[in-house]
Design a protein around this ligand. Sequence first.
Ligand SMILES: [Zn+2]
Ligand SMILES: [Zn+2]
Length: 327
Amino acid sequence: MIHGSCLCGSTKFTLHGKLRSARFCYCTNCTKFAGTSPATWAMADRASLRFEAQDAPVTKFNSGRGKRCFCATCGSPVWFESLEHPETYAIPLGVLDDGDIPMPAMNLWTRSKPGWCSINNDLPGYETDPWMDQNMNKPVFRPARKQDCPVIAALYRISSDGVAEYIWSQLAQPGEDPLTVGEQRYAREDTVFSYLNCTVIELDDRVIGMLVAFPMHADPAEVESDPVLAPYSRLEEDDSYYICGMAVMPEYRGRGLGTRLLALAEEQAVNKGFDKLSLVVFEQNSGAKKLYDRHGYREAGREAVVPHPSIHYTGDAILMVKELDRH
Ligand SMILES: [Zn+2]
Ligand SMILES: [Zn+2]
């Protein structure tokens, strides 16, 4: 039997079973919730928990994947109710008073560790929570459908860092939302900017990411008359498979989905007989630039961005090309 209680003693529970998978967690949510890092948790079966004061003033805060429960009187964290695994509660070791308390055996979410916090143990470390990722429903990559156009426009707006916003605003009727214009443009089938050239990532019936890519045949005779757009039209790599846009909803980033989208673009390029891929990235968007560097994309040209309030970056726009090994 293990007993637990909050600082003021108004919340008490008894655990008639074992605690397992004790871990240090350095995630951002735990750091905020605990006011320090790491937080220390172990798992318990919900069925083995007995609450001694049923009217204990426990308040619950949903931090995304579950409810963080704490004593409303003294603020002690008392347990965590996972939304994905409602049969399991996580218990902070610091509220346990006696009994068989396990030693933490791993460091989770080391990627989010605050800079002032140091890891003072030799336990295995994981950048995220690998078990959580396993339990996450599998994202499905599928060709986009016409009815995906609203979310394609929203994701394309994210991925283009203001360029789409600029183009769509020019085309919008007075009072019309530029996003509606984007949606209508992606519903077309007689242009490369079509849902037909999009792949979406679907998770739990929701589109959470997408890739727009198509064959690029640069036409030097075609001159872009809009000065804001002219730099991008000069950054075209002829006969390449062009990654026009790629985006993942903010809450699903950091799970390798961007890397999988790049791999998918490469697969499409090979299937269509191309031996190189191209894309344009803002130099100041260092996160995206790093991702492309890491995946073998090399600078093939740059143009100064023509500043405009819609465009999120200044500096240079860079054409990056990846040559595919054809063996
Ligand atoms: Zn309390
Ligand atoms: Zn955590």
